[in-house]
Design a protein around this ligand. Structure first.
Ligand SMILES: Nc1ncnc2c1ncn2[C@@H]1O[C@H](COP(=O)(O)OP(=O)(O)OP(=O)(O)O)[C@@H](O)[C@H]1O
Ligand SMILES: [Mg+2]
Length: 247
């Protein structure tokens, strides 16, 4: 479909334990979905991934849908990641996409009434594309897909929205993480469109007694550890315990 450079090249996730599970890191050029329950650390994983890259001189871009830049910078600084500094060095860019949530149901192009949510999506895709072509990021995180599709209530309406986003990320040479809220759990849970479309899927959950686990559900083109592994979040960020079992 698109130019996929260096299928074998791995980019470190910034989390040593996760790299162990991934057999080295994320495959360059791929789009990976981080699917998780609320508050499990999806945003932190994205940040550690971007921080790792930007600190090494790789342009890194965060597309934020649920919090303004100032809050993101403050929360990540509390975990030891100084994105304001990386931004000053020209290595980090925050695309504030929180506006997409505020667009009215109906909008006007000239005198013509059009669907506001569709227009919001088109604007967002254009902003993402133009920022990518100017900034040429090596790493991208989009957080989160759920904030984008919540106005499209049915799976039928959501699928093309998700497809547009995933395709636009796949058409670049960057490696992208995409987060999404896990909508249902259990053996017979419904798969979400983004799970089919992403080339890799990580699942983050909180089990009984507050034990948190991360599991690789799929990773095209890689030999990975598919066992759920525990992880902890501390003042220094998220740490995956790749050699421990979940009981
Ligand atoms: N200093 C800290 N020490 C321990 N845990 C922390 C610390 N800072 C944040 N956390 C944990 O990180 C979690 C939030 O991480 P994050 O915002 O990445 O989750 P998320 O999955 O993106 O959440 P949401 O669904 O709200 O977007 C909190 O639930 C909290 O348990
Ligand atoms: Mg989050």
């Amino acid at each position: 479909m698109s130019n996929k450079p260096d299928e074998e090249t791995k980019l470190s996730s910034g989390l040593p334990g996760l790299d162990t599970m991934l057999d080295g890191g994320f495959n360059k050029g791929r789009v990976i979905l981080i699917l998780g329950e609320p508050g499990t650390g999806k945003t932190i994983i994205c940040s550690q991934w971007l921080h790792e890259g930007a600190a090494k001189g790789e342009n890194s871009m965060f597309i934020g849908m649920n919090e303004p830049k100032s809050r993101f910078l403050k929360e990540m600084l509390a975990l030891g990641m100084d994105f304001a500094k990386l931004e000053g060095d020209g290595k980090f860019k925050y695309v504030d996409a929180t506006d997409v949530r505020k667009i009215p149901e109906q909008a006007k192009v000239g005198r013509i009434a059009v669907g506001g949510r569709e227009l919001g999506l088109v604007n967002l895709l254009e902003t993402i594309q133009s920022t990518i072509s100017k900034f040429e990021p090596v790493r991208i995180a989009l957080d989160s897909m759920s904030d984008l599709v919540f106005r499209f209530p049915t799976v039928e309406e959501r699928r093309p929205v998700v497809l547009d986003i995933v395709e636009s990320l796949q058409s670049t040479s960057a490696t992208s993480l995409l987060t999404s809220e896990l909508l249902s759990t259990g053996e017979e849970r419904l798969l979400q469109p983004e799970e089919y479309l992403a080339e890799g899927v990580l699942l983050m959950r909180t089990l009984r007694k507050g034990v948190r686990t991360i599991q690789i559900l799929k990773m095209r083109g890689s030999k990975v550890d598919t066992h759920p592994r525990p992880y902890v979040i501390t003042g220094k960020g998220l740490e995956v315990l790749a050699t421990e079992e979940v009981y």
